[in-house]
Design a protein around this ligand. Structure first.
Ligand SMILES: Cc1cc2nc3c(=O)[nH]c(=O)nc-3n(C[C@H](O)[C@H](O)[C@H](O)COP(=O)(O)OP(=O)(O)OC[C@H]3O[C@@H](n4cnc5c(N)ncnc54)[C@H](O)[C@@H]3O)c2cc1C
Length: 442
């Protein structure tokens, strides 16, 4: 005899997937417990003060596009959360192919080659309508890394490095590690626009991502235990027992929203089947390093992209009252870009702003963080053909998986987390409803 389950559902993780799932499940009248390893909500989003200032900035997920990201847009509307347009850059630096350009992103002599490249990219987008992996559509041509894709290799130097810089920025990894198909899917979701790499980061949260996370939580009747890391998920007849450092809890179902790269830290009994184990073992390669720096000497509204240095993408986001700037940069190499070393960060920023002085810098190492083991998800070459992309669509017995990493729509984005959380919550609520009807009939 198993003991009576304490909860209908235990949700593991209080990022956007977990918060959405908990909100939707409690809305169905279900008794829900959320177990969260960190001491806060929001997971891979984190809106907090930059040290020494009263300016709060995003250390994780930030930009959204309400016109393209419908699950997110619906939640923003529902709770009246503030959204602001990303200000248009006021100046540009493009540093690829050994030349620094302040206006045109690529040299005029390479425009024809760039157009051919875009045509190849659009052909791939056609194989993945709206970003979906459609049965019968051959997407194998895109299952190669951006660096190794023939159309990339054919490009002249400045445009090739322009492509590599974007790939590294959005992949949070070397361009050898992320597939062209991943980008084709993303651009297809952005309405078949390759230019979405530039203008897709259209908006951000006026009061930070925390406002939406808190709104979701306030609307949920779930219980929560923070600073409670789950170590084991064991299924028995009729329920699931979840082990944490502080004891065990039981429920009729579990929704596990632990990031793909951190899943192997949890013991599942029975063990995950082969396809899920393989996808978790491969994981995603994104180890993006997002660094914030308080600076002088960086032009206001500067937007920069470049190849060959530790930072691929730089944006001067805020001017503080004392005239200093808060500048954000993205790189992927931890040795090259230590997040808390002002001298090294200054050297990296000077690729784009030679007069930059860094007064302080900060960032969160998402790769070293055991609750994420990486940043956002991107798919490597072969990820679709090997079945990793859809390996967690179906539950493992009574355990369901939701995460931005596993989302069928907007994987790797906040929208994907919301979409995945509500999709899996719906499935759980349906099966629990079916269970209850069965129990009543018996
Ligand atoms: C640097 C960075 C920049 C980004 N930029 C953007 C952007 O501009 N736009 C955008 O849309 N997205 C962006 N993202 C991605 C976006 O933030 C994530 O995809 C999304 O927030 C993930 O939500 P989630 O709920 O799936 O996972 P998470 O937010 O990771 O939530 C999972 C939760 O599970 C918890 N957990 C993990 N292991 C355990 C355990 N064993 N027991 C209990 N709890 C556990 C974690 O602490 C976490 O709270 C960015 C991410 C990063 C890191």
């Amino acid at each position: 005899m198993h003991r009576k389950n304490e909860y209908d559902v235990i949700v593991v993780g209080a990022g956007f997937a977990g918060l959405t799932a908990a909100r939707d499940l409690t809305a169905q009248g279900l008794r829900v417990l959320v177990l969260e390893g960190r001491d806060r909500l929001g997971g891979r989003t984190w809106y907090r003060e930059f040290p020494g200032t009263d300016r709060r900035v995003e250390y994780g997920g930030t930009w959204v596009s309400l016109q393209d990201m419908h699950a997110l847009a619906a939640e923003v509307r529902r709770y009246g959360v503030g959204i602001v347009d990303q200000p248009a850059p006021r100046s540009f630096i493009w540093d690829t192919g050994g030349t620094r350009r302040a206006h045109a992103p690529i040299p005029a002599g390479e425009l024809g080659a760039a157009e051919q490249f875009l045509a190849e990219l659009h052909r791939l987008m056609e194989s993945t309508p709206g970003g979906a992996v459609v049965a019968g559509n051959d997407v194998s041509a895109g299952e190669v890394s951006v660096a190794d894709w023939e159309p990339t290799k054919r490009l002249p130097a400045a445009t090739r490095e322009f492509v590599l810089a974007w790939a590294a920025m959005y992949g949070g990894c070397a361009p050898e590690e992320v597939s062209v198909l991943h980008y084709a899917r993303m651009m297809a979701e952005f309405g078949n626009r390759a230019t979405s790499l530039y203008d897709g980061l259209a908006q951000k949260f006026t009061h930070g991502t925390a406002e939406l996370a808190e709104a979701l939580w306030a609307d949920s009747g779930a219980e929560i235990r923070l600073s409670t890391t789950v170590t084991a998920v064991v299924q028995n007849d009729g329920g699931v027992t979840v082990t944490t450092g502080a004891g065990t809890h039981s429920a009729r179902r579990v929704v596990c929203t632990v990031p793909l790269n951190a899943l192997s830290r949890i013991r599942f009994d029975p063990p995950l089947p082969a396809a899920k184990t393989a996808a978790a073992a491969v994981g995603h390669p994104c180890r993006s390093r997002k660094v914030w720096a308080r600076t002088t000497g960086v032009p206001e509204g500067l937007f920069a992209l470049g190849w060959g240095g530790p930072i691929q993408w730089l944006s001067n986001e805020y001017t503080l009252e004392d005239g200093t700037s808060l500048v954000v940069g993205f790189g992927y190499d931890g040795d090259e870009l230590p997040l808390e070393d002002p001298a090294r960060v200054q050297a990296a920023i000077r690729q784009f702003a030679p007069g930059a002085e860094v007064l302080a810098c900060d960032g969160h190492d998402w790769e070293a963080d055991p609750h994420s083991d990486g940043a956002w998800s991107v798919w490597g070459p072969g990820g679709v053909s090997a079945g990793h992309v859809h390996a967690f669509d179906d539950p493992h017995g009574l355990v369901y998986f939701a995460s931005s990493d596993l989302a069928r729509s907007w994987p790797g984005w906040i929208d994907g987390a919301i979409h995945s959380g509500s999709e899996q919550a719906r499935k759980v609520a349906e099966t629990l409803g079916a269970d209850s009807r069965e129990a009543i009939t018996r």
